[in-house]
Design a protein around this ligand. Structure first.
Ligand SMILES: [Zn+2]
Length: 433
């Protein structure tokens, strides 16, 4: 065929002969007939070793390629079967696509890049594929990528965490590298058996090189770490400690809200539907309950990130509800401890514990006990400078990915998206260096 090189370039294929190209006016699809070059013929789909031909298979097959301009592209070729000594009978490998894939490698590559960069709607519309197909594509791209490098090279300080997905019904265990800030491992499940898989993959020698392990207070993590890398320093994950305080604060906020609602019910007559009449009596207790209900973000966000409206709400809480105000300052106080230099941290933490113990707020009296229990690990995290900001941002990013990945069928696709987005080998667009 004329312009074979041009067509090979346009289709983004290598080691491939373009035999013919036809534009089907009825469907508006460009169909390219291709075949592997001689050196690529009769290779096992699994291991790509050369092997004897078995039969013709099921005749011609088609693969989606990247659009050329706005025109959808299909590659069409024979799909003979071969018989490998190791893998038995399989469809022969083709140089333009992964084994058993219905899309070309450049198509897969572009989908993987898009998945780490843009929205579900943008990908599915631009690439004209279903979201589940995106899940299947990124899974195979990640499997190929993972085979090309050692994810555990130079690992010394790690963080172990559990992340919920499927609206909190399922969990992933994840491991991050504190020094590079990257995600290095993820697997479905949150139990000892799951975490042992990580240390088994890491191997005894590299497990011995781990110097610090951060985690929340989960016992299953602690016992596997003690078993697999007993010499590592166990460090409390500052993100989780601050989260305990945020949870305690939320408990106080809910209790306060419930009290305000109760007051509203006893003191104020129920109002009918529709707009209240102009001369209706004021309902301060109901107003207060409503305001408290919507105060979660004002209390929860870091003060430096508050909007003006949230700042005003916070000031109102502190003025009108001293107990909730105190709970807020206790939360902020604990967060501040993690920002102090190590030499000041122990003293500040002990002062915080005394303050919380005397606070007469049950949620913080209880929290103070956990802090005392994990004091050594908490101070170790400050001593060894594990950045809370980095762990927190990784947590936020993974949680966002679990929401994006909600429609994927298998956890492997969620893991692929997380690893491609937050790991050390991010996808690049095809044809770019
Ligand atoms: Zn084989």
């Amino acid at each position: 065929m004329q312009d074979a090189t041009l067509w090979r370039t346009l289709l983004g294929v290598e080691k491939t002969i373009v035999e013919d190209v036809n534009y089907d006016e009825e469907t508006g699809i460009l169909i390219a007939s291709v075949r592997p070059t001689a050196s690529q013929l009769r290779r096992c789909g699994e291991c790509r070793h050369r092997c004897p031909k078995y039969d013709q298979g099921e005749g011609r097959r088609r693969w989606r390629g990247l659009d050329i301009g706005t025109v959808p592209v299909l590659l069409e070729a024979d799909a003979p079967r071969v018989k490998c000594r190791k893998h038995g009978v399989s469809v022969a490998a083709v140089p333009w696509a992964r084994h058993q894939a219905g899309h070309t490698k450049v198509f897969d590559q572009q989908v993987a890049w898009l998945a780490t960069q843009t929205s579900k709607t943008a990908i599915t519309q631009l690439m004209r594929i279903a979201w589940r197909t995106v899940g299947a594509i990124i899974t195979r791209v990640w499997n190929d990528t993972a085979a090309t490098f050692d994810p555990f090279a130079n690992l010394t300080r790690i963080g172990i965490d559990e992340i919920s997905y499927k609206r909190g019904h399922k969990y992933l265990s994840v491991v991050v590298d504190h020094d590079t800030g990257r995600l290095v491992w993820a697997a479905p499940g949150r139990d000892k058996a799951t975490l042992r898989k990580f240390f088994d993959a890491l191997g005894a020698e590299r497990s011995a090189q781990i110097t610090h392990v951060s985690a929340d207070a989960a016992d299953w993590i602690a016992s596997v770490v003690a078993e697999k890398c007993p010499h590592a320093i166990r460090v409390a994950d500052p993100f989780h400690v601050v989260k305990w305080a945020t949870d305690a604060l939320d408990e106080v906020r809910r209790a306060t809200w419930n009290e305000a609602r109760k007051d509203a019910r006893t003191n104020e007559a129920k109002r009918g539907r529709g707009r209240p009449p102009k001369d209706a009596p004021p309902r301060p207790d109901s107003e207060r309950a409503k305001k408290l209900k919507n105060s979660r973000y004002a209390l929860w966000k870091n003060p430096e990130d508050l909007t003006e409206k949230q700042q005003a709400k916070l000031a109102w809480i502190v003025q009108t509800d001293p107990r909730l105000g105190r709970a807020y300052y206790l939360k902020e106080g604990l967060r501040t401890v993690f920002k102090l230099p190590y030499k000041d941290a122990a003293d500040a933490l002990d002062k915080w514990v005394a303050w919380a113990r005397r606070s007469r707020i049950p949620a913080f009296v209880k929290l103070q006990k956990s802090i005392v229990k994990h004091r050594v690990a908490i101070l170790a995290s400050i001593e060894h400078g594990l950045s809370n900001g980095r762990i927190e941002s990784m947590n936020t990013k993974i949680r966002l990915i679990t929401r994006v990945a909600f429609g994927f069928k298998k956890p492997e696709a969620l893991i692929a998206l997380a690893m491609l987005s937050l790991g050390s080998h991010k996808p690049v667009l095809p044809g770019r260096k």
